[in-house]
Design a protein around this ligand. Structure first.
Ligand code: MEV
Length: 315
């Protein structure tokens, strides 16, 4: 047998970091994916061939985390690779960078491919659970938002809890966005740990910021349901301010956020773990999308023109 599977990339529209503490967040899968292929090998254990296109240094920096992640998933799946092993090949059209769900996309893709190869017939819920275990290899205490978006696709309201809450948000029409890449590889574990430390040090200040983040999530869900993109953009701008206050933005992120707004984006914010990685701009028509993406490229940054609310689930 051999097996194949994909996992979507994602962009968090609201409340990365806050989501780790149970504050609701909104995430969208994007129509870019990582594909994993699994081939049988006579040699025991697993090997990986990583053909994904990536931000320079990303793959090198994350190699130990990738190893830990795959070992965790193999263990969780209860696979016995002691006699015959597998070779896992990663590829696909998701350009690998920080903040875009690259680790989750690879975990989901690998789980799907292994499930096919070993004829395990996992459901999406099981795929999601195993990919979550894999995510722990990359960032210690993940909220589970990335693997959920990567597994199920679409636009999702997500709350971490005893039982995670996951509600689909249905958009009438997909909406254009631009994702801007600072080109800096970021360490999500360090970003999450930094927030934890400062939250313990400044409880009052952080409680106020977290309260506002929670309000924003509800207002943003209403704005999405009403297709009120002016309001949604304002809320994204405010969310970015909160992320600056908890110190997870960076000079490059702030630069791209400002540039996007100056070029007509309805709103812009960092997306994902921050401290580098990617930002997202809401550009609800092709002209604005083109203007913002071109401005990023003119400044030497990579941009991805894509949409939210398009992917509907995957196999
Ligand atoms: C990373 O994409 C999002 C964070 O909120 C971490 C997590 O939710 O696990 C920073």
């Amino acid at each position: 047998m051999s097996g194949e599977g994909i996992g979507f990339g994602k962009a968090i529209l609201f409340n990365e970091h806050f989501v780790v503490y149970g504050i609701p967040a909104i995430v969208s899968a994007i129509a870019k994916y990582t594909r994993a292929k699994v081939e049988p090998k006579e040699k025991a254990g697993w090997t990986i061939v990583d053909n994904r296109k990536a931000t320079p240094r990303y793959k090198e920096d994350k190699i130990d985390q990738q190893k830990d992640s795959i070992n965790r998933m193999v263990k969780k799946m209860g696979l016995d690779l002691s006699k015959n092993g597998v070779e896992i090949t990663l590829e696909g059209n998701l350009y690998v960078a920080s903040g875009i769900g690259a680790s989750a996309a690879s975990c989901v893709a690998i789980t799907r491919a292994l499930s096919k190869h070993f004829q395990l017939d996992y459901s999406n819920d099981e795929i999601n659970e195993i990919a979550y275990e894999g995510e722990k290899g990359y960032h210690g205490t993940p909220s589970g938002i990335d693997n959920t978006a990567s597994t199920f696709g679409g636009l999702i309201w997500f709350e971490k809890g005893e039982e995670n809450i996951m509600d689909k948000i249905n958009l009438q029409n997909p909406v254009e966005i631009v994702i801007g890449n600072t080109g800096k590889v970021a360490n999500t574990t360090a970003a999450v740990a930094g927030v934890k430390e400062r939250r313990e040090k400044y409880p009052q200040k952080y409680a106020e910021i977290f309260d506002r983040a929670e309000n924003i999530a509800y207002l943003a869900r209403d704005a999405l349901q009403d297709e009120d993109y002016k309001e949604l953009g304002k809320l994204m701008n405010e969310n970015h301010k909160l992320l600056q206050q908890i110190e997870v933005s960076s000079r490059e992120l702030d630069f791209l956020v400002k540039l996007a707004r100056d070029q007509g984006a309805y709103g812009a914010k960092l997306t994902g773990g921050g401290l580098g990685g990617n930002m997202i701009a809401l550009t609800p028509n092709k002209d604005i999308q083109e203007r913002v993406a071109n401005a990023f490229e003119k400044e030497g940054f990579q941009s991805l023109r894509t949409s939210i609310g398009v992917t509907r689930g995957s196999e």
